[in-house]
Design a protein around this ligand. Sequence first.
Ligand code: GLC
Length: 555
Amino acid sequence: MDLTQNECVNNGDCDNNSDFSKRSDKPRHLNMERQRSFDERSLVEASPRYTTSWAENGQRHIDLDSVFSPSKRSSFNTPRGQYGYEAHPMFAEAWESLRKTMVYFRGQPVGTIAALDNSDEKQNYDQVFVRDFIPSGLAFLMNGEPEIVKNFLLKTLRLQSWEKKIDRFQLGEGVMPASFKVLHDPVRNTETLMADFGETAIGRVAPVDSGFWWIILLRAYTKSTGDTLLAERPECQNGIRLVLALCLSEGFDTFPTLLCADGCSMIDRRMGVYGYPIEIQALFFMALRCALVLLKQDDQGKELVDRIVKRLHALSFHMRSYFWLDLKQLNDIYRYKTEEYSHTAVNKFNVIPDSLPEWVFDFMPTYGGYFLGNVGPSNMDFRWFCLGNCIAILSSLATPEQSLAIMDLIESRWEELVGDMPVKVCYPAIESHDWRIITGCDPKNTRWSYHNGGSWPVLLWLLTAACIKVGRPQIARRAIEVAELRLAKDGWPEYYDGKSGRYVGKQARKHQTWSVAGYLVAKMMLEDPSHLGMISLEEDKQMKPMVKRSSSWTF
Ligand code: GLC
């Protein structure tokens, strides 16, 4: 279905924007005053907890809010690490690979393709995926090369304004593409863009995560470069408003969480995550917090800011109360009464204790906890999902105590979650009858493969960022060492299979860009934790919940 492509051709030039001809602000021209004022607009001040926890751990003392010193970055092909991180041969190799994936549109770098391995033509790995570009973008920002990120943000913003249709149904205005591709016409010597908003994707599902990642990357760009002018442009402000209009609209909802179809995020196939998946809720929360910093407080902005603040309060309360699971909470659910009516109900969603899966009793450590995969009416998905839990830490959706508990769980369940290749996208796999019913017999998502309990090297950057934020960088260092044993030798696969991730994935692409970029970001952050500020938000003290729920969650 090349509707969007034709539209582009018919429109003549979907992207003749003059903005691109302007050179992006180079870090060395940065106005430090602007950087500071951007910081001051952040919702909260840096938490003093940080300094303490770093010191207690005997780590380098770091003030996380003095997060960026972009002018110190190098623009060399292989960055000069201040701390010698380029010493590992994989690091240089990874930079070389990443550069090969760069996509140009009319002479400007606008993104990176999903994988250099295009052996299967039917697949769409030759496209620039919005979610896949995030670690690439962060790597470039950390290396003092913001131009590709700026171009990417503006290009995808232009794509957002296209008319999007599936059959006769028009999609919401704010939907951002899952991916795009540059088409070269060698005869006419022209370049046009083609985008996919879900209308060509397997399952025909729109990517709910794209818009959130776009806002998060815009904030990372602004934080890293100090260039607030990009976010202040009317088209960027409008882009943010359109994304938020999709999720802040009133409807039949009784929960502040966002109702989603299966396959609307990184797990883009049917995997039983429809409803209120943690990945989307955590990204939603983070995007709302980033938008709060980025939105101008003009007449239009003010009303939206009010709505965002209200939603953030309701969302954090809901997530921290109902999605959180630790030993105490698990025991409470195990003993739940059912069929409780009225406001006094303890088991609000009428979860039947018999629906508790056997594995969760062994999986739950004495100290530790995590955010559940999904919570809805008579439905708790007890699976652990890596991305949602890491984003919960980075966005401070998780309280500091919950963040520590998530780290405790990762340490206690190292074999299960990291094993021979970091990190499991979710745990455990679904098998047999459950697999047939839940995935619809998906041959790609068989047990311990791909999205169904597969191990994804890209998640290394998220794990590393979360570890640094919680003050436990040694966990990330261990995970990176595990990855370094095989990742490059195996040709940077997209994912690994098996209970402990020992096998290169059945249908995994090789030279998968986000496996490469995820490794680079993890390494750079570990060596220079000040990079964390791009992708992390401090706790908002006002959002502390009133209730105390369990021993591992104290105030
Ligand atoms: C697969 C993944 C998806 C990713 C895409 C491109 O479809 O499931 O998350 O964005 O490949 O790498």
